[in-house]
Design a protein around this ligand. Sequence first.
Ligand SMILES: NC(=O)c1ccc[n+]([C@@H]2O[C@H](COP(=O)([O-])OP(=O)(O)OC[C@H]3O[C@@H](n4cnc5c(N)ncnc54)[C@H](O)[C@@H]3O)[C@@H](O)[C@H]2O)c1
Length: 437
Amino acid sequence: MNYKSLLKSKKFKIAVWGTGYIGLSTMVYFAKKKIKCVGYDINKDKIKKINSGTLPLEDLKKWFGFDIKGLVKQNYLKATSNYKNLISEDFLVHFIAIPTERNGKPYYKPLINVLNNISKIKKDRKQTPLVIVESTLAPKVSDKKIIPFLKRKKLIIGKNILLSIAPRRDWFIEGGKNLENLDRVYGSTDKKSTKVTKDVLSIVCKKLHTASSYKVSEMVKSVENAYRHMDITLANQLSLAFPKDNMREVLKLVGTKWNVEAFHPGIGAGGYCIPLSSRYILSQVKNINKLSLLRETIKTDDGMGKLIANSIAKRGLKKIGILGLSYKGDLKVSVLSKVIPLIKHLTKKRLKVKLYDPYFSKKEIYEAAKVKVFNFPKDLPNFDCLIISVDHKQFKIPKKILENHTKNCKLIIDHDGAWKKYNLKNNYHLSGDDGWL
Ligand SMILES: NC(=O)c1ccc[n+]([C@@H]2O[C@H](COP(=O)([O-])OP(=O)(O)OC[C@H]3O[C@@H](n4cnc5c(N)ncnc54)[C@H](O)[C@@H]3O)[C@@H](O)[C@H]2O)c1
């Protein structure tokens, strides 16, 4: 029987290791197809919330567009903090969705921890369990870490365990860019793993692309994001090279060409994927001069905070209010947000910085950025420079209030155009326009 039928028979279940954005969405999409899913996480609070039918990540509510309560009630969705519950015979598929980075660097302790748990499954099962790695991996990690680890645990790939690497591309801001609709690449270690993975992923994913091996699918993730990293950074370099020209407008119009995407200058690339991708690739290359484009991309991208802070200090501005800690609008993710190094450089210049982000508590903001929060919109008149780093919906307030509260502000830099519809006069700049720096 194929794995799709085995899962649909309800005699077998899916195990998901890590119930964050990626793992939880895997569970929810398979549960929606009436497949039983159980997630394991070290965060007990998440487990409690999932089992009570509450989304632990509130910002995903809009993205899913449906409630998970019904799926929990019908027993399709469950979570546990005891890993032993996931290694019994009835778990046919294991999705790995734990973090693979820490402080901007690849970090594989959770991955090894999960593989160690999975390796405790019985070796002589009637149905060979399939492991699908969804977490982002640097090129060659399967060959250097995953496969040798499984071999050390006496698991024969293709015989007692099947393995595929299937990275994710979801965009947790736009509902349509999800597991069902986005093109999905996967690659496997052997023919059986390839076939079985197709059976399983096709339950949810409409457009699958089979790579000739796991090595290829593993590399696709870093390379596709390194392209974006370079494009975003080129927008910044162009803006720095032509400071008196409106590069924002130039690039918007460049994007009207049929084979060019529009990028805009700004504070740099944030989040889990883009800023790490070039590093992931370089970490596996002996002579990094062979990839000088990526080397320069990292250097310029990481340097944006310092450049912007210097420019603000040079103008004699002293009190800086920043709106947005997230790296993207309407999402509560501050991982590698470029706001954090920007604040560090502003404070180094002895400027007074405060931050507001409706998605984060005072404590979370202090822990991430080491600054105090301000009241929005009440405190806006206290600042002589405002930086709107993302376009959270909550930043759009009645026109009169915003115009009145910012009328004495000497510089407003708007990264994503959250305030572009207001009439904020010539102290207002979209990042990349003439005079923003
Ligand atoms: N979020 C995205 O947009 C996105 C997109 C593509 C790929 N990815 C990749 O997917 C992976 C997961 O990302 P995420 O956004 O879901 O992260 P996340 O931080 O939201 O979730 C990870 C979860 O794993 C749990 N965890 C940590 N160590 C664990 C362990 N040893 N055992 C079990 N659970 C453990 C954490 O408690 C957390 O709930 C990363 O490799 C990331 O780069 C993320």
